[in-house]
Design a protein around this ligand. Sequence first.
Ligand code: AMP
Length: 397
Amino acid sequence: MKVLVLNCGSSSLKYQLIDMENESVLAKGICEKIGMDGSMISHTPTGKEGFKERKEPMPDHKAAVKLVIDALLDKNWGVISDMKEIDAVGHRVLHGGKYYSESIVVNPDVKRVIRECFDLGPLHNPANLIGIEACEALMPNTPQVAVFDTAFHQTMPKKAYTYAIPYEYYDKYAIRKYGFHGTSHSFVSKRAIEFGGLDPKNSKVIVCHLGNGASLSAVVNGKCVDTSMGLTPLEGLIMGTRSGDVDPAVVQYIANKENKTVDEVLNILNKKSGVFGLSGVSSDFRDLEAAANSGNERAKDAVEAFVYRVAKYIGSYVAAMNGVDAIVFTAGLGENDGKTRSRICAYLGYLGVKLDDEMNKLRGKEMVISTPDSKVKVLVIPTNEELAIARETIALI
Ligand code: AMP
């Protein structure tokens, strides 16, 4: 069985074709600058030559999906000889609102809900729906599955997901915390229970998904009970370019002082803030580390603020769960940056967390990085959102 996984962003489309017999990637790639001048596709088939940043006109996501299929079928760099070899398509969909707590085979109702959630995910949901409809047009007999970024967090209790604003706004507009990175939190928390030898029916896990976007989740017996992102991915941790939690009055203050609209200020909080905004250097921790090492105080402060926020959230989730068995690091920074992991864990001595400094120097693989006598296991579990989407897809067809 072969599953095509599609992840449509506002102007990009990432894809992987996965052979589910052995869960191996047959080909992967990305279409960028969709709907803009200079759109291009990069395609990497496993074990043979592909191409990088080839300029192709892509007025919309439908044109991009067509190019992906062409690349997969091409006699030089293709990996399949007939479109029928694709047994199903798994789509990453940003927002399923309160409607979906699990992945689902696409039908007209699913598309209606994705459309209803356009307001909640204005950049992604429209692109996700176009991706689905493009696949329906190009391969009408192939099942499509929607895998929602919000689904895993739907088990949160009301006390965790409600905002203390007038209740009518929840009733009228479904304003509440939803949480994101759900596929990653689900995949990593399940794997942590297996790899860490925890009891699936009696386990408390905190997953730290630390990448350019960053979020934490608290997971009791495999079910999410709290997460740091909110109505949108802006809430919570300090991220690459997102501010995370700020007093909402900051929006009004900047708008008044700088003569900007609310939309403009939110754009600043999403795209020009976080460690990038604090440091003025970069959103990438490798650049920040280099800058801090050469004496850049703002870069140093940005990293410290990031680490402090993660540690504070971990503390709050330990309180929410009345304990923790394992703390798990994942995503670009969580998997690769031992220094940041060590800085975060330095706040957790009160929990009896002890890191094995030698193990913590390693990167990018599943590992236990705490000492045998640490009261809480600390793990690194590389996330694999595409594989998680492909597994969910196969399970449903
Ligand atoms: P992601 O969004 O999961 O792809 O993560 C991207 C982020 O991971 C980058 O912005 C970097 O800050 C961080 N990252 C990736 N590799 C490393 C590394 N080797 N050392 C430090 N940070 C890294």
